[in-house]
Write a protein that binds this ligand. Sequence first.
Ligand code: SDX
Length: 440
Amino acid sequence: MDSAEKGEEKFAILQLPGKEPLRLPIIKGTMGPEVIDIRALGKQGYFTYDPGFVSTAACSSRITFIDGAKGVLLYRGYPIDQLADRCNYLRVCYLLLNGELPSKEQYQEFEGQIIHHTLVHEQIHSLYQAYRRDSHPMAVMCGIAGALSAFYHDNLDIYDPEHRYSTAIRLIAKMPTLAAMSYKYSIGHPFVYPRNDLSYAGNFLHMMFSTPCEEYEVNPVIEKALDKIFILHADHEQNASTSSVRLAGSSGANPYACIAAGIASLWGPAHGGANEACLRMLGQIGTVDRIPEFIARAKDKNDPFRLSGFGHRVYKTYDPRARVMRETCHEVLNELHIKNHPVLDVATELERIALSDPYFIERNLYPNVDFYSGIILNAIGIPTSMFTVIFALARTVGWISHWTEMQEMPESRIGRPRQIYIGKPLRAVKKQSKKTSNKQ
Ligand code: SDX
């Protein structure tokens, strides 16, 4: 395939067997690699083949930009480390949803809308009773989030911007309540109602850890650390769970059902489930002297074991979120006077060894967002099984921002990938004699 330029426009020239050279437009975004628009290929009787969409842009978007080579992550053009340092999660939610950081008045109005939608319908409380107490909280969240589509039939004209916005407000506001309820249910404690006088992160901690028996005091350092964790997990372009939300949404499905699709996809250990898997892996390694054994297993092609919290489809350098997470980890452990966290030494030494090992260097495998987050959540007292629930809580704003953007994009259409068929060629069902057919 060659390329050509005509004025401003650039083309890739594709020579297909027995056909005229095909000019495929090259499209340039604001930042990032150019893309080849292959939409004309279908009419030529060809598909492209790209399992896992390693080289495929499925849509255009204004929300998040990642430069995997440089370790850059921008939400609406703002660098993630500056947002984590200078904003709170609700300001970042406003930014992701609306495209700009809010003015003081805009923020106050947005915060008021969120605060006044944190309650969930009382009948949702009884849905939790259908689950075993020892259900994985992500199993509960998949079901409960999908069930929201049975409760909110008003304001659900997805072509009405007002309805789309009120759905976004409801989801961002209610996810912490639903998440905390999944934890309380699992330990047999009564559900705790949200409070309107607490911050978003403070309210979540209150709903997670307070009991009717005594007042719960929100620790401001933990509140700030959790708010930062929410910011770091808020969005990440076209990852597997966001793509699941977009694909479900492309059929015009109920937005709450689309979020349930995102939660289901996030649960996998290759994706959002890695934070839980990583802490369990660090616990399994146990001591620094066992690290070489696990590094060897991670390199062994016959062993399905991989280092959880390491590697990334896009980042081929340190995940910028992991940097912020590592600093936050030390801040929280110092604040809690935790001198020797049982797995922090293992994590630090594992990172050092892996980053100097040719296998990891050649494959650009670095710690990702999930490597340190589990240590912080564990130190805060959040059970390991709740780690991915927290990821889902934080990512809801990203999911609903992409869902909204897709509804507003004129180019959006139902997602329907094609395939290479490798099954049986056409064949006929053998006619059977009367006698045998009566028997089968
Ligand atoms: C998240 O997409 C997103 O943006 C996701 C996310 C978000 O915010 O939404 O960033 C959140 O999901 C982060 C990733 C969390 N997952 C993990 O930490 C699980 C461990 N990581 C891997 O499973 C893997 O790195 C993936 C799934 C993250 C990426 O897989 P890819 O892009 O398909 O890469 P690959 O499997 O083709 O790996 C390339 C090579 C292979 O070796 P070779 O075949 O070239 O010899 O690297 C090896 C892999 O075997 N490899 C690892 C490894 N990750 C990749 N080897 C050991 N340990 C690992 N963790």
